[in-house]
Design a protein around this ligand. Structure first.
Ligand SMILES: N[C@@H](CCC(=O)N[C@@H](CS)C(=O)NCC(=O)O)C(=O)O
Length: 236
């Protein structure tokens, strides 16, 4: 069995996505949480050329980016697969994953760090691995750093009512797609379920996100199904 180490920010939905795949595949792994101070001192840049987490260390190699990591895990450990066999289903998984990573992600960013009522709690979570004496200082820079990313992407320039309307539309579409289905693609749990669930779950961990997601029983029932097979590590 390979030595697998997930370098992560525990609250990152992309790190959650990789953990869920490792759990679904019943692989033994360990996690190394990277503190904000370590990131500022260049630790993530040394692990990944793009300076983002997750990075997966596997037998001495470092693989950055959740999509690439999961592709590699699928090749190395195909016994429990998260990609369907049919090429058209694979294409659908790709579309769902990209929607989750490139669109839904920015809703959770806005809900956690863009809304003043939630920002200090989540800044605290983002510095949970920092020294308790330094964390209160580091916390101060978190909302600013994240706001810059959201500004560039575009959600940071929208008002809360606009974002709320966009998110409701996404949830309506997801609920309509899920109607009468157990899984998003084909008849099995796939990376589509895992990628979307990681983002929806982060969204629903804020009061405002929960108020929207909670209006869609199809989404709640599906999320519970995905959680059941992806949240329990075999190693702990
Ligand atoms: N496409 C990347 C996105 C990863 C990502 O955006 N990670 C965030 C944490 S949630 C990060 O490390 N951000 C640091 C930065 O943008 O400098 C993936 O799928 O792994």
């Amino acid at each position: 069995m390979a030595d697998i180490c997930l370098y992560q920010y525990p609250i990152s939905p992309f790190c959650d996505k990789v953990r869920r795949v490792l759990n679904a595949k019943q692989l033994d792994y360990r996690c190394e949480n990277i503190s904000l101070l370590a990131t500022l001192l260049g630790r993530v840049k040394r692990l990944s050329p793009v300076g983002k987490l997750p990075v997966l260390g596997i037998d001495g190699r470092s693989i950055p980016d959740s999509t690439t990591i999961i592709e590699e895990l699928e090749q190395l450990y195909p016994r429990i697969n998260v990609m369907p066999d049919d090429p058209a289903d694979q294409a659908l998984v790709h579309f769902f994953e990209d929607w989750a990573d490139e669109s839904l992600y920015f809703f959770e960013v806005h809900l956690r760090f863009g809304l003043r009522s939630n920002a200090s709690y989540w800044a605290e979570q983002a510095t949970a691995d920092d020294h308790p004496k330094l964390a209160p200082l580091l916390r101060l820079i978190v909302p600013g750093v994240i706001a810059k990313t959201a500004q560039v992407q575009g959600t940071g320039r929208k008002s809360w009512p606009m974002i709320e309307q966009d998110l409701r539309r996404h949830c309506q579409a997801l609920a309509a797609w899920l109607s009468g289905k157990r899984w998003l693609v084909a008849y099995q749990l796939t990376l589509a379920d895992i990628a979307v669930a990681s983002q929806i779950s982060a969204i629903a961990h804020t009061p405002e996100g929960q108020a929207i997601v909670g209006q869609f029983p199809e989404i709640l029932a599906w999320l519970a199904r995905v959680d059941e097979v992806t949240l329990i590590p075999i190693s702990k």
